[in-house]
Design a protein around this ligand. Sequence first.
Ligand SMILES: C[S@@+](CC[C@H](N)C(=O)[O-])C[C@H]1O[C@@H](n2cnc3c(N)ncnc32)[C@H](O)[C@@H]1O
Length: 247
Amino acid sequence: MEWVKNFYDKQFRLYEEGLTGPNEEHEEILTKIENLASKPFQSILELGAGGGEFAITAAKKGYDVTAVELVPSRIDYMKKLKSEHHLIGDLEIIEGDFYKVELSKTFDVICYIDGFGIGEDQDQQTLLNRMSKWLKPDGCILIDIYTPWYWVSVSGQEMRIGSKLRNYDFDFWGCRMLDTWFDGEEKVTQSLRCYSPPDLNMLLKDTGLTLVDIKSGGAMIYTTGEYHENVDLGEAMSYMVKLVLNY
Ligand SMILES: C[S@@+](CC[C@H](N)C(=O)[O-])C[C@H]1O[C@@H](n2cnc3c(N)ncnc32)[C@H](O)[C@@H]1O
């Protein structure tokens, strides 16, 4: 998992100039989370919170959010956003590794938006076990999971972002999407394990968690350059799962 800090720092710096803070997209994510949670809640733990756009959106609406993020440049941006927005709920920003961080509270909702699948299956199980300890008994965990079929379908796709080249590949033996950014001589790759719903169910074994709902995500169609927000699971880049504690 050595690539993680370097990749997410570099990716953030590539996009940094164009960042405009929370927007409609983050409000839609919040609505999706509220719908999937299917009952009122107050506290949110967000893992891998990135630049904090979702955390800010939720705190502006009155939720108490704890945001955990590994990369200092993203933490700095989140702190800047926090100082610029009027928040109704609390926002606690924790710079740390979600595999190591100690949290003294439990939460109604734990979410990990985009980025699940770093490391091996055992690493995901370790993280899921940690999440189950941070969850209130009647709370839920909501995680974006990448689908193997979408990432196979876009393997070989190349894009130019400013002066940088980006390409997608697929590791069939590890069932992983590979997202590589080329910047002159340097290249950095994000490698995320993709899970079908039955694969995910196998991963949940011995974690004390049960999969109770799925909401299909969107898809970028490279032939037309359009992003489709709600597509069938069979075409989606990812889907959000709802996990609850076993009884
Ligand atoms: C794909 S990005 C998604 C960021 C944000 N959730 C969003 O949707 O914009 C994944 C994020 O997880 C963070 N991350 C990865 N591993 C982490 C770890 N072990 N502990 C905390 N954060 C981590 C990365 O630094 C990155 O900001």
